[in-house]
Write a protein that binds this ligand. Structure first.
Ligand SMILES: Cc1cc2nc3c(=O)[nH]c(=O)nc-3n(C[C@H](O)[C@H](O)[C@H](O)COP(=O)(O)OP(=O)(O)OC[C@H]3O[C@@H](n4cnc5c(N)ncnc54)[C@H](O)[C@@H]3O)c2cc1C
Length: 368
């Protein structure tokens, strides 16, 4: 087994050739890519941290042909580089110390020709890379209500994968989605899903795609929306954006919610007396019978801060300062969990406090 720098160099050389061949194939298909690029802004809501990856590929909607995916799968097998699909990167944290991630990175561009969005009464199609903000806007222009996703950053692919939505209202991407087109890395074929016909396809901030990560590339999403007319659709979007602003949920300098799940009933009952004691009356009123992870954070760790990172008072969003790094966020999380353990006298937080964000870590090195 080689060690340290020598091992890293060996791996780089070992992987170079298949990656260059993939590059050649991508060139001939007109697909955009870069070899060994440094990606910045992967988690643009934290301090600017960059990460090196072996190859980053940007796929246009009309390029996702089986032969493209075949080349990518083959190269992944030859180089032992796993495939990582990235949407807007708004729910991915890259630990700052890593510097390099050994994955083939794939991003989807969002350029669906405007005339191809409306594919039937109430049915709108978006390529997976379409920013949610653009999709909401496009739907609104056509008189359709897609306000559920207004203000939630990221792409349509990410929204589907994470079942993005509004926790308080219980309205989620799952309620909108009619059909999902994917490429299946396991079979090497295109696969379409009709989630409403598959029990358990979506869960709270999760989906089949999150449970079996990076096995499917979502290429296209078809949503079913109510036609309410432009003025009403615009009104609903503005109302939603206003509410998010009032709750300090707007995107600037926040890394979003970290834990978003509903607390299991037995835990909620056990902690209710302390929650009632610690939370402000109006907050407790809002909790009602639905105790969410964020209520627990607000009760236990409202006043905690680490290098400019803290929980917003209304929604327990992670607010970060200009200098905050992922490492500082980890520290805030650790201190928060310690507080929760102490105050509520609860152990095994992992079993009922589910992290919504995903951490990208360096994969194990190839050591044959
Ligand atoms: C300020 C802020 C506010 C937020 N507010 C909310 C909110 O109100 N409600 C909410 O639910 N979330 C919220 N989030 C979280 C986040 O924006 C959502 O989860 C969003 O839907 C993620 O989309 P993305 O494109 O950035 O996905 P990414 O973060 O890039 O990826 C998330 C996951 O989806 C996978 N993925 C992405 N695209 C594809 C694809 N095409 N095919 C297969 N897999 C794919 C990735 O591999 C990853 O596992 C917020 C985040 C921030 C920073």
């Amino acid at each position: 087994m080689l060690a340290g720098c020598l091992e890293a160099e060996y791996l780089r050389v070992f992987r170079q050739e298949p990656l260059e061949k993939l590059g050649g194939a991508l060139d001939s298909m007109g697909v955009r890519y870069s070899l060994y690029p440094t990606l910045t802004g992967l988690h643009q809501y934290l301090s600017p941290c960059s990460v090196r990856v072996p190859i980053a590929i940007t796929v246009e909607p009309d390029q996702s042909s089986p032969s493209l995916w075949e080349f990518i799968c083959e190269t992944s097998a030859k180089t032992h580089l796993p495939i990582k699909i990235v949407g807007g990167g708004t729910n991915l944290y890259v630990p700052d110390s890593i510097g390099e991630l050994n994955s083939i990175f794939i991003r989807f561009s969002g350029k669906t020709p405007p005339e191809e969005h409306l594919i039937g009464a109430g049915l709108l199609r978006f390529s997976a890379g379409t920013r949610t903000a653009c999709a909401v806007r496009r739907a609104m222009d056509l008189g359709y209500d897609m306000s559920t996703l207004a203000g939630i950053p990221g792409t349509m692919g990410g929204a589907v994968c994470n079942n993005a939505g509004i926790s308080d209202k219980g309205v989620n991407t799952a309620d909108l989605v009619e059909r999902i087109e994917t490429f299946n890395f396991l079979t090497g074929k295109k696969t379409a899903f009709i989630p409403k016909e598959i029990p358990g396809f979506f869960g709270q901030r999760t989906s089949l795609f999150r449970r079996i990560p990076d096995k499917y590339a979502i290429t296209e999403v078809v949503v079913g929306l109510d036609h309410v007319g432009f003025n009403e659709a615009r009104e609903r979007v503005l109302r939603r954006l206003e509410k998010r602003k009032a709750k300090d949920m707007e995107a600037r300098h926040t890394a979003g919610s970290f834990y978003s799940n509903r607390i299991p009933d037995e835990i909620a009952q056990a902690i209710e007396p302390q929650l009632k004691y610690i939370l402000r009356d109006e907050d407790f009123e809002r909790v009602g019978s639905r105790v969410l992870a964020r209520h627990v954070i607000l009760a236990a760790a409202r006043d905690l801060s680490v290098k400019g990172a803290y929980w917003t008072p209304n929604f327990a969003f992670l607010k970060v300062g200009q200098e905050t790094t992922t490492y500082d966020v980890f520290q805030l999380i650790d201190e928060t969990e310690e507080r929760i353990r102490q105050i509520f006298k609860l152990e095994h937080l992992d079993s009922w406090l589910h992290q919504e964000v995903e951490f990208l870590k360096q994969q194990e090195c190839y050591t044959d």
